[in-house]
Design a protein around this ligand. Structure first.
Ligand code: CMC
Length: 428
């Protein structure tokens, strides 16, 4: 028997049967509940989508209570251990782990598209010397739509495939250009002999040497960090990608919007905010006073808490383990001890325990990035590069979903009723 929910309207005494499917009722099924025939019908009020499924998806699964994260069914721990970013991106985008030939072809295609048009480099040179790399990144990704007008053919699978390759290939180059601009160094061209992560490190850090040899520990750490950040279902930036994409804008414009959503300190900007917070705290002795301020509502413990995870973020666990390997290669980040002590105190404190606030992916990632030589303002950019795989996969899923339409929420209007315009000289 089909599952239904019976709703009794106490105003009219009428009963309504609303079907339950996949543990969900359709908000539009509530529209039949009205007192007067010309009424719009009952709406749901859900600011920040706290309890609203915006789509059906087959990409990423999270069990927030158990701390489980799966990409297309594969546990994040196994992918972080055994996969590399390009393979994981291919999995997220296509739904299956690629066969060897598919993997070779995908890797080759991405490698062939890493170069940027010289006018993109010129565009980026125009930014102020102290421009935030994420601001440069967002603007340049948006500008890509003017270089590839064929991207408007969003219903052509071939066009989507080409834009996907371009985006996965070119975003590390844009990120590296932004970094080099901010430190006043010439841009490094991509090196096609290197891996995805190795080439990225080369574009960032190569100085005068003819051939850059990435440190294998840091190269692997970069791959793992990219895998951990590749998708995270319907978060703020992915919802933005889907929302902009729902108006049939091209993927570059939609992705620039998604990256802008990621920039904020409550989302992908949190790793930057964690480092700034640790610097502000300054020493282990100041931690109790800092925790006291957080509990009094004067600021947040950045890198803690999550809308979905109500236990330890599985990505944070992997990053914490990896930090030891990175610090063996780079030397310890002096802020690590402070982070560990903050975590220890917070995990024992009633305020954090009762609200189920645990370290999230951003709590330790910044310490690793800093040890690898990245300035804090590059951190959100490092998040945006791998999340591109998730954004594109979610955008394509939205375009191919017959249930989807242009995103257009309703509102509860609480403003003034109709009133007559008053000329300026008569206003009181
Ligand atoms: N420090 C102190 N208190 C917190 C924190 C925190 N980091 N996060 C949540 N709370 C408190 C909050 O004040 C509220 O308390 P009360 O019930 O007394 O009002 C309660 O916990 C619930 O918080 P909320 O704001 O309703 O939770 P949310 O689901 O809307 O917010 C969040 C989720 C991630 C925005 C939030 O936990 C936060 O601001 N964390 C710090 C920023 C951060 O680390 N963001 C990265 C998220 S992971 C990467 C990503 O996916 O983007």
């Amino acid at each position: 028997m089909a599952e239904t929910l019976t709703i009794t309207d106490n105003r009219t005494g009428r009963q309504y049967e609303v079907p339950i499917q996949d543990g969900t009722i359709k908000a539009t099924d509530l529209r039949q509940i009205k007192v007067a025939p010309d009424e719009f019908g009952l709406m749901t009020y859900d600011p920040a989508f706290m309890n609203t499924a915006n789509c059906k998806s087959r990409i990423t699964y999270i069990d927030g209570d158990k701390g489980v994260l799966l990409y297309r069914g594969y546990p994040i721990e196994q992918l972080a251990e055994q996969s590399d970013f390009l393979e994981t991106a291919s999995l997220i985008l296509s739904g299956e782990l690629p066969l060897q030939k598919q993997h070779d072809d995908w890797t080759r295609q991405v490698t062939l598209h890493t170069m940027l048009h010289t006018n993109i480099a010129k565009l980026m040179e125009g930014f102020r010397h102290d421009a935030h790399p994420m601001g440069m990144f967002i603007s340049t990704v948006g500008a890509l739509s003017t270089f590839y007008p064929d991207a408007k053919e969003i219903f052509s699978p071939e066009s989507r495939r080409l834009q996907t390759i371009r985006l996965i290939a070119k975003l590390p180059s844009i990120a590296a250009y932004a970094f080099r601009h901010s430190i006043g160094r010439p841009f490094n061209q991509p090196d096609n002999d290197l891996t995805y992560a190795g080439n990225f490190l080369s574009m960032l850090f190569r100085m005068t040497e003819l051939k850059y040899q990435p440190n294998p520990v840091l190269e692997r750490a970069m791959e793992v960090l990219f895998i951990l950040h590749a998708d995270h279902e319907q978060n703020c930036s992915t919802t933005t990608m889907r929302t902009i994409g729902s108006s049939h804008a091209d993927p570059y414009s939609a992705l620039a919007g998604a990256a802008a959503a990621l920039y904020g300190p409550l989302h992908g900007g949190a790793n930057e905010a964690v480092l700034r917070m640790l610097h502000e705290i300054g020493s282990i002795n100041h931690i109790p006073a800092f925790i006291k301020r957080v509990k009094a509502g004067e600021g947040r413990l950045m890198g803690f808490g999550h809308r979905v995870y109500k236990s330890y973020d599985p990505r944070a666990k992997i990053i914490k383990k990896m930090a030891d390997l990175v610090f063996d290669a780079t030397g310890k980040n002096p802020l690590l001890e402070m982070a560990l002590e903050l975590e220890r105190i917070a995990l024992e404190d009633e305020y954090f325990v009762s609200r189920k606030l645990y370290p999230n992916v951003d709590f330790y990632s910044g310490l690793i990035y800093q040890a690898m030589g990245f300035p804090v303002d590059m951190f959100p950019v490092l998040f945006a590069i791998p999340r591109t795989a998730g954004w594109i996969a979610q955008w394509e899923e939205m375009l191919n979903d017959p249930d989807q339409k242009i995103a257009r929420p309703r509102q509860i209007y609480l403003g003034s009723g109709p009133r007559n315009y008053v000329p300026r000289e008569k206003r009181k």
